[in-house]
Design a protein around this ligand. Structure first.
Ligand code: PLP
Length: 400
């Protein structure tokens, strides 16, 4: 077997999650395990359970499962719904497709509003659909906040207003797995009942934890809901979490990391974290346009601050291009998913990313386009640099 040569420098992990882990988070996790029924754990448990609420902008509980985001999806559905319940969903991309598959498997009845995978969920369509449901048999509206496959973000405030305008009592659930700590999210203000998120994206942690913010209305629904749940039952969790404990062995190592990740976000300031994501996303889009390539997201209103999905020119395979970038420049870009397979690649710009990281990534993309023989114009990196340099100037000195 031939041994791979050493690749000096660091690998550029520019997929939209998992994202690179800050040194301080890695160091925080490099610790001995502790008694998860003891006082030291209790202090940690109370601290992270409280700290994580601010990231969702909620005063209510946030449940932390030792599970990937998919586990939190399942928990959201099984805790609040009963067999056969109607659920309104919007097919914004691959993750909406997968969530819908779960709805089917659980014996719920999905009603799906289609999109072309190039926008977020449309509030008017949701309102129209709900208004037709005079008997209020639709029990939940489920939308993906940041569609990681398409690079489109749904405007959740508009969805809330649509549900209200239809005077519909359905629960409002959102998947913010790649949105948390990257895209503006206001669980309480926007009247979201269940928001699920994961550790391996904006939270800068390894995969393995999921987060679920739950409203009082969702908790009340869980008392009546008839779907079977066991491990993922919210009631055991909520009861034990009151004391800082968990009903089963928690992922202590990841919780040490979470504690530090929350501290990092607090130090930077959540609003600054979100603004940084918006800035790096804009720099990326500027580069893509300068290359003459097409953004998958076709309406600026829905641009994602976390990931940019780029369409390949006809006749060129996105995965062949990604391979060139990986082989030559040691950078991983996200693959196109489902109907975008081979047709698009994704640039992740979420988590522990800064101006120079994104410029490095864009440089790798521009050189990769050249090496892979993908038709494009030069100057994408230059254009992104100009934008980043301008946005780094003091407010008074910015170009008009
Ligand atoms: N939803 C979205 C928007 C995602 O980006 C992902 C993962 O990338 C998932 C759901 C699935 O989450 P997990 O892989 O953590 O189970």
């Amino acid at each position: 077997m031939t041994k791979e040569p050493r690749r000096p420098g660091r690998h550029f992990l520019q997929i939209p999650g998992p994202t690179p882990i800050p040194e301080r988070v890695l160091a925080a996790m490099n610790r001995q395990v502790l008694d998860h029924r003891g006082p030291d754990f209790q202090e940690l448990g109370k601290r992270v359970l409280k700290g994580v609420r601010a990231l969702f902008k909620t005063e209510g509980p946030v449940i932390i499962y030792p599970a990937s985001g998919t586990g939190a999806w399942e928990a959201a559905l099984t805790n609040t719904l009963s067999p056969g319940d109607r659920v309104l969903m919007v097919e914004t991309g691959q993750f909406a497709v997968l969530w819908k598959q779960m709805v089917d498997r659980l014996g719920l009845t999905a009603e799906v509003i289609q999109t072309d995978w190039r926008i977020g969920a449309d509030a008017h369509e949701i309102e129209t659909h709900l208004k037709k449901d005079k008997a209020h048999t639709i029990k939940a509206v489920c939308v993906v906040h940041n569609e990681t496959s398409t690079g489109c973000r749904t405007r959740l405030d508009e969805i809330r207003r649509a549900i209200d305008a239809a005077r519909h009592p359905a629960l409002f659930m959102t998947d913010s797995i790649s949105g948390l700590a990257a895209a503006d999210l206001r669980h309480d203000e926007w009247g979201i009942d269940v928001t699920v998120a994961g550790s391996q994206k904006g939270m800068m942690l390894p995969p393995g934890l999921s987060f679920t913010a739950v409203s009082a209305k969702a908790v009340a629904a869980s008392k009546e809901a008839k779907l079977t749940r066991a491990y993922f039952s919210w009631d055991d969790m909520l009861a034990m979490n009151e004391q800082g404990f968990f009903p089963y062995t928690p992922a202590t190592g990841l919780l040490f990391g979470l504690d530090e990740a929350i501290r990092l976000i607090e130090e930077e300031g959540l609003e600054n974290v979100l603004a940084r994501h918006e800035r790096l996303a804009e720099a990326t889009r500027i580069a893509v346009r300068a290359w003459g390539l097409e953004l998958n997201c076709r309406d600026a209103k829905y641009y994602s601050p976390a990931v940019t999905t780029v369409l390949m020119p006809d006749g060129h395979n996105a995965d062949a291009f990604r391979k060139v970038v990986l082989d030559r420049f040691n950078m991983s870009l996200g693959t196109g998913l489902n109907k975008l397979a081979g047709k698009a690649f994704r640039i992740g710009h979420l988590g522990d990313t800064n101006e120079l990281t994104i410029l490095g990534a864009l440089t790798g993309v521009e050189m990769g386009l050249e090496l892979a023989g993908v038709p494009h114009k030069k100057g994408g990196v230059q254009a992104a640099m100009a934008y980043i340099a301008d946005s780094a100037k003091p407010a008074t000195a910015k170009a008009a």
